[in-house]
Design a binder for this molecule. Structure first.
Ligand SMILES: Nc1ncnc2c1ncn2[C@@H]1O[C@H](COP(=O)(O)OP(=O)(O)OP(=O)(O)O)[C@@H](O)[C@H]1O
Length: 289
């Protein structure tokens, strides 16, 4: 968004450290319920980190903590070298423009067109931008997300599930973020749509130099595009690594998940083809980013 930067003034330099997200000793509670206790996690720059765990283990709460929507009871979270847990309001606003989020279900404004949805963060963070330039940036982001030009003027109700997700991605990319958070992006998509979405995620990550925090239950997604996978269980991240590294551990949940019938089926399809589920994309050569 170089034009936007020229109109809106300077933006902070891109983060060049090894870990854009560092979480230490995180504890989250809701009343008596302890969701996380002493959770640690480091996300590497440039990787797609898959985040898995049983239902209710706190994957979404973890994501909400990282983006400052959930104030933890204890622990520290640094994002792009800045503390989220100690952030002053001004810093908080500044850093929010450096990530994009695709919430479960897309969370598009139903009364706005796709392009207008993409314009929302642009208006919020770059109010001085001319309407013409804002619209041009929005059109570009919509196309970048793999939607046709005609989609810009459509309302969310006129889109298929897969198109809604792409519109959500276009909005998440509006501000040229360094980090992208995806909460179950392929849920509800048919296998072909899910594979196409995976391909989009990998391509955007590599071309735009993103770091991606991806919550998923989708074993195909983990095999096709994730560089590493973090497993949440027992209120902590119990393991982080490539799928072969995780398979070498004998934790019962990890074994059930990756070595159960569905896990083996997903693994076999990638072993045999060495390509993504839509047959169009190579699997990352090495899991460790
Ligand atoms: N705002 C809240 N108030 C009270 N409890 C909450 C709140 N948000 C989450 N929880 C609880 O925290 C726990 C973890 O929720 P979370 O949505 O993070 O799970 P998850 O791992 O993402 O689950 P799923 O895979 O089913 O989406 C759940 O027991 C949930 O009920």
């Amino acid at each position: 968004m170089r034009e936007a930067e020229d109109e809106a003034g300077s933006t902070p330099p891109r983060f060049d450290g090894e870990y854009p997200i560092v979480i230490e000793g995180l504890t989250n509670r809701f009343g008596e319920q302890v969701v996380h206790e002493g959770l640690d996690l480091k996300v590497r720059r440039g990787e797609i980190l898959g985040v898995v765990g049983g239902s209710g283990t706190g994957k979404s709460v973890l994501m909400r903590s990282i983006i400052g929507l959930q104030i933890p009871a204890e622990g520290s979270i640094d994002v792009l070298g800045q503390s989220i847990t100690d952030a002053e309001e001004d810093e908080d606003i500044d850093i929010r423009s450096r990530w994009g989020v695709l919430f479960q279900g897309g969370a598009l404004f139903s009364t706005l067109t796709v392009a207008e949805n993409v314009e929302v963060p642009l208006k919020q963070f770059y109010p001085e931008l001319s309407a013409e330039l804002r619209q041009e940036i929005a059109r570009y982001k919509v196309r970048l997300s793999g939607l046709p030009e005609e989609a810009t003027s459509k309302y969310p109700s006129e889109l298929s599930g897969g198109m809604k997700k792409r519109a959500g991605v276009a909005r998440a990319l509006a501000l040229d973020p360094e980090l992208l958070f995806l909460d179950e992006p392929t849920a509800g998509l048919d296998p072909i749509g899910a594979a196409a979405f995976d391909k989009l995620t990998r391509e955007l990550t590599d071309t735009l130099g993103l770091t991606v925090f991806l919550i998923t239950h989708d074993l195909d997604t983990l095999h096709a595009i994730c560089d590493r996978v973090a497993v949440i269980a027992d209120k902590k991240v119990i393991a982080v690594g490539t799928i072969p590294e995780l398979l070498a551990l004998d934790h019962p949940w990890i074994q059930d998940y990756f070595n159960g019938p569905r896990g083996r089926a997903a693994a076999t399809s990638y072993e045999h083809t060495d390509r993504g589920a839509d047959g169009a994309m190579d699997k990352p050569a090495s899991g460790g980013a």
